[in-house]
Design a protein around this ligand. Structure first.
Ligand SMILES: NC(=O)c1ccc[n+]([C@@H]2O[C@H](COP(=O)([O-])OP(=O)(O)OC[C@H]3O[C@@H](n4cnc5c(N)ncnc54)[C@H](OP(=O)(O)O)[C@@H]3O)[C@@H](O)[C@H]2O)c1
Length: 337
């Protein structure tokens, strides 16, 4: 029988790209997606993918389809507890082994909440192997901690979790194909920063990045390993399914300059050299409905990770074009021209 996959967030930037990668690599998989609205071209693009109508509050639907799946791939809202609980309850109600891949974000290890390294490089780099016990014990104010706690409390062997934050590159799915960072940054540069690309402090705060195509290739490898029930690499600690996906890291000021150079060629700003702005200005940027310090998280904080587990398990490494060289594509997508 064909392996059964239940996927959520299939119209999103990440979930849509994951769906596309799975269908392309494994047309034999029996894939069902949960959609709350179906894009017009969806059925013609993916004629063999089954659609279930529903949203993340459709607990019974989520549990029922998780129960029927060999692998559940949950994307779209990393912080939504009821959907995660419903999927886990469906998976735990079956007698055969099955797997959950949950997309989280490296907001979990970001240092936005402490003033110590805002605008400067934090020397701490988190490994998904050596630092796993510390990650499992992070405080409740850490981003995505509400769902991470659920995952850490769930049978560790069931959960395989992909953790990432800063994605770039064009998505391949049927809905949203853009990541958010460049769009937010340009909007703030052309308003609050006075038509200049910007940094705060020394601008050396550093975060990791991964191209969406590298990330989706890792998803395919993890789904394959789950279906084969292959012995995953398990380093120290109880959580062998916890994967970072980072492939590169950059200081904020270098990303700002790379975006600025493209914005100058597009006639959006006149000077590509980043200017310093105060933390008070950053705090008014990147407005988020439920996270008042999203600006400092995006532009002042560090989030440094190494994808040790994926590298050891699958020889994972970045193959796509790097972030700085990709800015022409990113900026054009964000500007819509
Ligand atoms: N993009 C990044 O760089 C990044 C990095 C790390 C983590 N994350 C996290 O990963 C998640 C997905 O990011 P993304 O960039 O792929 O987002 P996105 O493009 O906005 O996609 C969200 C997807 O989830 C679906 N969705 C959201 N809420 C839903 C609900 N209540 N019921 C049913 N479907 C729902 C959306 O469906 P509709 O099409 O119907 O709206 C869409 O398919 C977010 O939680 C984000 O915080 C993102």
């Amino acid at each position: 029988m064909a392996p059964t996959i239940f996927l959520t967030g299939g119209t999103g930037y990440i979930g849509g790209s994951v769906l596309h990668a799975l269908v392309t690599a494994h047309p034999e998989y029996d894939i069902t997606v949960l959609l709350r609205k179906t894009p017009e071209a969806f059925t013609s693009a993916y004629p063999n993918v089954k659609i279930v109508q529903g949203n993340y509050d459709s607990a019974e639907t989520l549990a029922e389809h998780a129960k029927q799946a060999d692998v559940v791939v949950h994307n779209g809202d990393s912080d939504h507890e009821p959907s995660l609980n419903a999927l886990i309850s469906g998976l735990l109600s079956k007698s055969t082994k099955s797997h959950l891949l949950h997309l989280s974000g490296t907001g979990i290890i970001s240092d936005w909440a402490s003033p110590e390294h805002l605008g400067t490089r934090n020397p701490k780099v988190y490994s998904d192997v050596d630092d796993i016990a510390a990650i499992a014990a992070l405080p409740d104010h850490a981003l995505h901690r509400n769902t991470e706690k659920i995952l850490f409390q769930t049978a560790a062997s069931m959960v395989r979790k992909l953790e990432s934050r800063s994605f770039y590159g064009p998505g391949a799915g049927p809905g949203n194909t853009q990541s958010a960072f460049t769009r937010f940054f340009i909007a703030d540069a052309t308003t609050l920063a006075g038509n200049r690309v910007f940094y705060t402090g020394a601008g050396t705060n550093t975060r990791f990045w991964v191209h969406i195509s590298d990330l989706t290739s890792l998803y395919v490898r993890v789904v394959e390993a789950a279906l084969a029930d292959a012995p995953t690499f398990s380093g120290p600690g109880k959580y062998p399914g916890y994967y970072f996906a980072s492939t590169q890291e950059h200081a904020h000021v270098d990303v700002a300059r790379a975006i600025g150079e493209v914005l100058v060629t597009k006639g959006v700003i006149a000077d590509a050299e980043p200017v310093e702005v105060g933390l008070d200005v950053v705090d008014r940027m990147a407005q988020h409905p439920s996270f008042s310090q999203f600006g400092r998280y995006m532009y002042a904080a560090n989030a440094r990770t190494r994808a040790v587990r994926a590298e050891k398990a699958f020889g994972y490494a970045g193959r796509a074009e790097g972030l700085l060289a990709s800015q022409e594509v990113e900026v054009v997508a964000a500007l819509g021209r």
